[in-house]
Design a protein around this ligand. Structure first.
Ligand code: FEO
Ligand code: CA
Ligand code: CA
Length: 750
């Protein structure tokens, strides 16, 4: 649900508020000349075949130049058709998925769908149980793993594969996940065990086999590959934090394991074909007694808990700790209760086991799932590899999605070996590359440059930090936010997903929005505009003034000459989100038109087959005009635009001048709206088949704005998707995966 203080849809107890150029081109970029006339012809020819009821017929705007240049990376051997040849879809408030003429979007796999032959069909009336054997809720980040005819790992098969995905959360106006309980659930404490069991099982990961047969994609209910990971699934703690005193619990007195992975948001795929999942807003699921600071002797753990969003007296999102005396409920209460010195008799350290990048082998249920602690602990989104280079360390890029949090890079100690692209043991390969290395945080400079600063206990700014006494490198990783504070990292406008341009290798980060950016900050939670986060303005949503950076932007980084190990970079802003009618010189800095305007970029991914940059929104600022959406972009390179100075007025009449670097303005040929979702959803998760002819996208929490008190009256649901698209029983809205295909069999985005 939207919080009044924030623009994007924010879950209850979300921890987003816990914190207080070059012009060079990469030689690998190919240029393709696109004919604007043929783009227009293609759009008009297919516009009649409207699908799913709502189709935008907006014409291409912009100038009448006959040709433009756009970079297309050298990928696959498929002929390079004209990309972005579709007609942009219009903004929409309809309760449907809108895709361009000539495309079909079909529902593939929704909340509650059975994952075993014996699991019952989903009734979708709140009486369903057995969610350990069903699709979880709030489908989020997702990756496609091709399956060979013999059921082995592949990178090339186009008609059979595994979708691995995150189930981030549930739809909850109050305590209960109201759409999965018959009467909406219990909205006061204590929560019934059966309700808690259901909700815990809805969170985690799933793996589901999908196949193309007879021209239609379907998920395979009885596939032996299908899998659920939920809050009772054992997960190993791997890397430098394994065995550390900070992760000792009653469940794992030697600090090597934990149950579950929680609030999983963005994803990643390793060069050795495994799945990475980011744990995002996990802290909100834990409660801590009002007396717990004193119970802990006000030791340094209190500093850590506050920095990660759990003040003494904090209530948990669902009250799972009240489900009963069993440890599976009690673990959500992280108060110090026991007499032990090390925490082996209670769950005071339980929260230190959440907040990591988690690795899973989607092809092999017998291999352990591992939390890769070397990549640091924070509100993770996606984890994306720079282009692997044989003989060089691997770089993994990541963001911490809270207001005024940071951007990180992990660099492996091991150097990349080509043979590891197809290893016999994928999790052992993860051990090799992800359990030892260096973690860096980004510090952006006003001149368009920046630095990666290593978060090492050997750094005197960290070792001697007055705010927190780090014991060792594991402590630095568990408390990466505090270490990043110590070195003066740059506070960003909520870093969400990142992705690497397959041609240029440049790294793109969504900065979704920030309601705490102010020209004159008040209190430690606000911060002033700077080059990489330059906008502070007011956008109206009806009569509500939205202040700060309501619409977000996408920043991009170009590493220095040494690539993955570079400690210096250059940056600019690829796109600023804005309403097309917003002032051009101060807000709509990327000159977005009505076919391109968007707010709150979140999901962001380049698809390898085409090199298209897909931008997905999780917005609350522009939702009076349009539901959340997905756009297709063909970006250039860092430094292809210009320097802009924003003059912010202070209350005393003086001006704060902020220089920023804006990428080349998008044209009708380089940025188009491709999809708009149903009411109350966010668009997230994106994966393609290797040939680029099927695109899988997740529709998360449609109807989220439904009041829990309206559970008995489907007419009062703000969305009835996907039942109104002909999928499944009942009218309660369900998160779901859709598959998008092109009616002429072409690649998605052409
Ligand atoms: Fe789960 Fe930051 O989005
Ligand atoms: Ca507005
Ligand atoms: Ca997200």
């Amino acid at each position: 649900m939207n919080k009044p203080t924030d623009f994007a849809r924010i879950p209850v107890d979300h921890d987003i508020d816990t914190h207080a150029s070059s012009n060079e081109h990469f030689s690998t970029v190919l240029e393709a000349r696109l004919s604007r006339r043929s783009l227009l012809r293609g759009g008009a020819a297919t516009a009649a075949s409207a699908l799913l009821g709502a189709i935008g017929l907006s014409g291409c705007g912009g100038s009448d130049n006959d040709t433009v240049t756009a970079p297309i990376p050298p990928v696959n051997n498929t002929p390079q058709e004209k990309l972005l040849g579709f007609a942009a879809v219009s903004k929409s408030l309809a309760d449907t998925v809108v895709v361009p003429a000539g495309y079909t979007a079909s529902v593939l796999y929704a909340l509650g769908d059975p994952l075993t032959a014996s699991a019952a069909a989903y009734k979708n009336d709140g009486t369903d149980t057995d969610f350990e054997n069903r699709a979880g809720d709030h489908h989020d980040g997702m990756e496609f793993f091709p399956l060979s005819a013999t059921g082995g790992a592949s990178t090339t098969v186009n008609d059979r594969g595994l979708l691995a995905m995150n189930h981030e959360a549930t739809t909850d106006e109050k305590l209960s996940s109201h759409f999965v309980h018959a009467n909406g659930g219990t909205q006061s404490l204590p929560r019934p065990a059966l309700e808690v069991d259901k909700e815990m099982a809805l969170h985690g990961l799933s793996v589901v086999e999908v196949r193309l047969a007879g021209g239609k994609w379907a998920y395979q209910k009885d596939s032996s590959f299908n899998r659920r990971v939920h809050q009772q699934t054992e997960v190993e703690i791997s890397g430098p934090v394994r065995g550390n005193a900070l992760v000792i619990t009653k469940y794992s007195t030697n600090g090597t394991k934990i149950r579950g992975t929680l609030n999983n948001c963005g994803t990643g795929k390793t060069p050795w074909n495994t799945y990475l999942s980011g744990e995002e807003n996990w802290s909100g699921y834990f409660t801590r007694a009002a007396t717990d600071d004193a119970a802990r002797g006000n030791d340094k753990s209190v500093v850590s808990l506050k920095r990660y969003g759990r003040d003494a007296g904090a209530a948990s999102r669902h009250g799972w700790e009240t489900g009963g005396l069993d440890d599976k409920y009690q673990r959500w209460n992280i108060s110090r209760k026991g007499a032990s010195i090390d925490g082996s008799d209670d769950y005071r350290n339980e929260m230190n086991g959440m907040g990591y990048i988690v690795e899973m082998d989607a092809y092999d249920k017998t291999r352990p799932i591992k939390k890769r602690t070397a990549l640091g602990r924070y509100a993770h989104e996606s984890a994306v590899f720079g282009k692997p280079v044989v003989g060089q360390p691997l770089a993994v890029y990541m963001g911490d999605d809270s207001r005024n949090e940071y951007i990180y890079k992990f660099v492996s100690n091991a150097v990349w070996a080509a043979a590891d692209a197809n290893p016999s043991d994928r999790i052992a390969t993860g051990d090799k590359y992800l359990d030892s290395g260096k973690l860096y945080v980004a510090k952006f400079a006003a001149d368009g440059s920046g630095q990666w600063i290593e978060l090492s206990i050997a750094n005197s700014a960290i070792a001697a930090y007055a705010g927190y006494k780090f014991a060792d490198q594991a402590d630095v990783l568990v408390n990466a936010r505090l270490a990043a504070d110590a070195v003066g990292a740059t506070k960003m406008d909520r870093p969400e997903w990142c992705s690497v341009h397959p041609g240029t290798g440049e790294i793109y980060f969504s900065l979704t929005n920030n309601s705490n950016r102010r020209v004159e900050p008040s209190g430690s939670s606000q911060s002033a505009p700077d080059g990489p986060n330059p906008r502070v303005y007011t956008d109206m949503k009806g009569t509500t003034a939205q202040v700060g950076n309501p619409n977000g932007h996408i920043i991009r980084v170009k590493e220095g000459a040494t690539g993955s190990t570079a400690t210096g970079f250059t940056w600019d802003v690829y796109l600023f989100g804005a309403e097309s009618g917003a002032p051009a010189g101060t807000v709509n800095l990327s000159s977005l038109t009505a076919d391109q305007d968007f707010s709150s970029p979140d999901g962001l991914a380049f698809t390898p087959s085409t090199g298209i940059c897909w931008i997905q929104t999780d917005d609350g600022a522009y939702t009076d005009v349009t539901n959340c959406m997905m756009l297709a972009g063909l970006p250039g390179t860092v430094g292809d635009g210009k320097k802009v100075t924003l003059n912010h007025a202070r209350a005393n009449g003086t001006t704060l001048a902020v220089d920023t670097y804006v990428g080349k303005a998008a044209s009708a040929d380089t940025l188009k709206r491709f999809l708009v979702g149903p009411v109350g959803c966010e668009i997230t998760g994106i994966a393609e088949t290797p040939d680029g002819k099927a695109l899988f996208v997740n529709i998360q929490h449609p109807g989220e704005t439904t009041a829990s008190s309206n559970i008995a009256d489907p007419a009062k649901y703000t969305s009835q998707w996907p039942s109104n698209a002909g999928y499944g029983a009942g009218k309660r809205p369900r998160s779901a995966t859709i598959v998008i295909t092109k009616n002429d069999g072409g690649r998605i985005g052409s």
